[in-house]
Design a protein around this ligand. Structure first.
Ligand SMILES: C[N+](C)(C)CCCC[C@H](N)C(=O)O
Ligand SMILES: O=C(O)CCC(=O)C(=O)O
Ligand SMILES: [Fe+2]
Length: 422
């Protein structure tokens, strides 16, 4: 790239730089000819070098070295993220700049830096200032390797972990306990609140301490027995294999709470399996299967015509959902009961999908990946419905379960308010 040049002049604590111009761009650098040829192809350093940054002005981006990080920053990006008062409202944390007004071929006309800051002057003389550590934190290169911390578990890891459980009073009265609860929940994908009064009201109060209830076709707070009042096997006594709920919503519910208010009978234990642990094992052992499960869109469906309930819900998405920038797994959509007709891909892909789905199912069904717990009055189980699968053993007798779904955004909002990075 012939544009990969620099012209440097000045020295001392701050360096001033003007980019070399080849005439193809609508900006001018009148000093160009006066500058020494020596300065070409040099990194620009702030002084002293070890503390500050160095940069290289390429044709189409700024390459910036700071600490050990090499960032490549697009010029429109640099203009768009300007935090000056005319571009960004720091009271509302909203952009005021109209990005559509930025010339897509924009380039800095001047750059200088000191120990902590880089100053960019644009052709219209507007100046943008970035803290170098702000750039390091917000650039693609500074972000891409970050994944949400989590403890992927199987039965043995869970046993050793000695997860801290919080009590109802602790959670309701102490912000530290609330934080401890959320940290545990975010690390493991499930958590328990103990010593809760065995009522819907207390369950709701706990839910509201954590987030906002997601009302759905099942209501706000739900409370059910095996009376088949709804068109779903959850409302019976049969065993339910591991699954996540509401795969037939375009955005499956983020969090689910279970509180067993009463059970007079046998069986009915709850099964938990870490879907991310299983998926990561597939990624390690057979990346092709993992890839298929992240790519093939699968429909799930809920069709109900029972009594006055008439519902038809459809949600579409791959079984494994990953962020495209770092391949981090963020959601598993796995429910073999509610999976709809596969008609989104041709037969050969269908077959690859079945093979991959079998591998994942085999992993999810390994006894060493299962935790079995008995829900009891007083214990609320919180499950991350984007990560941890639940199931249930068949049961006899009267069993009453209450709970609700929570909107994921609002649980994360509570966590962020408490200083948890998520
Ligand atoms: C939890 N609650 C009883 C309200 C609903 C159960 C929904 C069950 C459905 N098969 C699914 O997996 O989404
Ligand atoms: O009955 C249970 O323990 C859970 C049933 C179930 O999977 C659900 O309600 O989502
Ligand atoms: Fe369920």
């Amino acid at each position: 790239m012939t544009w990969d040049r620099l012209l440097r002049f000045g020295s001392g604590v701050q360096h001033l730089l003007r980019a070399d111009l080849q005439g193809q761009r609508p900006w001018q650098c009148p000093m160009r000819k006066a500058l020494p040829a020596l300065a070409l192809q040099r990194w620009q350093h702030s002084v002293p070098e070890t503390l500050g940054c160095s940069w290289w002005l390429h044709n189409d981006h700024l390459e910036l070295k700071y600490s050990d990080l090499v960032m490549r920053l697009d010029y429109v990006w640099l203009r768009d993220h300007c935090r000056s008062p005319s571009c960004y409202n720091t009271k509302t944390n909203q952009r005021s700049l109209d990005t559509a007004q930025v010339d897509l071929t924009i380039k800095p006309s001047e750059i200088r830096s000191d120990k902590d800051t880089i100053y960019i002057t644009w052709p219209d003389k507007h100046m943008t200032k970035y803290g170098l550590s702000w750039l390091a934190k917000h650039s693609f290169e500074g972000q891409k390797d970050y994944v949400q911390p989590s403890v992927l578990w199987n039965a043995a890891i869970y046993k050793d972990a000695q997860m801290p459980y919080v009590t109802y009073n602790g959670l309701m009265d102490s912000v530290d306990e609330l934080k401890k609860f959320l940290e545990t929940f975010l690390l493991y994908g499930f958590s328990v609140v103990d010593e809760v009064p065995a009522s819907i009201e207390a369950t709701e109060a706990v839910a509201l301490r954590i987030g906002i209830i997601r009302e759905s076709i099942y209501g706000r707070m739900w409370d059910f027995t095996s009376d088949f009042s709804r068109g779903d096997t959850a409302y019976t006594k049969v065993a339910l294999d591991r699954h996540v709920d509401t795969t037939y919503f375009q955005e499956p519910c983020g969090v689910q709470l279970f509180h067993c208010l009463r059970h007079d009978g046998t069986g009915g234990r709850t099964l938990l399996v870490d879907g991310f642990n299983a998926a990561e094992n597939i990624r390690k052992e057979n990346p092709d299967h993992f890839d298929v499960l992240t790519k093939v869109p699968i429909k799930h469906e809920y069709i109900e015509n029972v009594a006055d309930y008439h519902n038809h819900m459809i949600g579409v998405g791959p079984v494994l959902n990953i962020y495209p920038w770092n391949n981090e797994l963020y959601m598993i959509r796995y429910n073999n009961y509610d999976r709809a007709v596969i008609n989104t891909v041709p037969y050969d892909v269908v077959h690859q999908w079945y093979v991959a789905h079998r591998a994942l199912t085999t992993e999810l069904r390994k006894p060493e990946n299962e935790i079995w717990v008995k829900l009891k009055p007083g214990k609320i189980l919180f499950v991350d419905n984007w990560r941890v699968l639940h199931g249930r053993e068949a049961f006899t007798g009267y069993r009453r379960l209450c709970g609700c779904y929570l909107t994921r955004d609002d649980v994360l909002n509570t966590a962020r308010f408490l200083g948890i990075k998520v």
